[in-house]
Design a protein around this ligand. Structure first.
Ligand SMILES: [Zn+2]
Length: 164
């Protein structure tokens, strides 16, 4: 079975920055599981690169910022009340990537300064302005259930997840 529209795909990845340094990797027991076929569950260029691939294939995809997490914008530092931070981390410090709750949902930001009740955070994605490389390994592929196709996302590898 190869990756095509309305297949559910489980894969692992190592994400590297321009310098080839590891930024992120999926855990051994915690692969990414997504519904393939233009449902906007993955970066579109990454999804394109996985099209037609098979279980066990390794796919390396390098994406310039405009196809990854966007260009680095100026004047994007905002003051955010600490109660809006989605973290249990107590030792906040500058340079730390963090998730915050916004009107549009959770968002990745980078801490610039830490105050008593607020932090100053740069709302550029921590990987904005970077050319990044995903080194992926396809772990498994299955047919999507009719429900997953209707919803436009996977319900986990065993199709039993209901997180919404
Ligand atoms: Zn659903």
């Amino acid at each position: 079975m190869t990756i095509e529209k309305n297949k559910v795909v489980a894969f692992q990845y190592v994400l590297k920055n321009e310098a080839g340094e590891e930024v992120e990797r999926t855990g051994v027991d915690d692969p990414i599981v997504y519904l393939h076929g233009g449902h906007q569950n993955l970066l579109p260029r990454l999804e394109e690169a996985l099209e037609g691939k098979d279980k066990g294939d390794q796919v390396v995809v390098t994406l310039p910022p405009e196809h990854a997490y966007g260009m680095h914008l100026e004047n994007t530092v905002h003051r955010i009340p600490k109660k809006h931070l989605l973290t249990r981390e107590k030792r906040l410090k500058p340079g730390m990537p963090i998730k915050v709750n916004t009107a549009e949902g959770p968002r990745d930001v980078m801490i610039v300064k830490v105050g008593k009740f607020n932090i100053d955070a740069d709302t550029n994605h921590p990987l904005a302005g970077m050319t990044i490389t995903f080194e992926t390994t396809i772990l498994d592929i299955r047919d999507a259930t009719p429900e997953e196709i209707t919803h436009g996302h996977s319900h986990g590898w065993d199709a039993s997840e209901h997180h919404h």
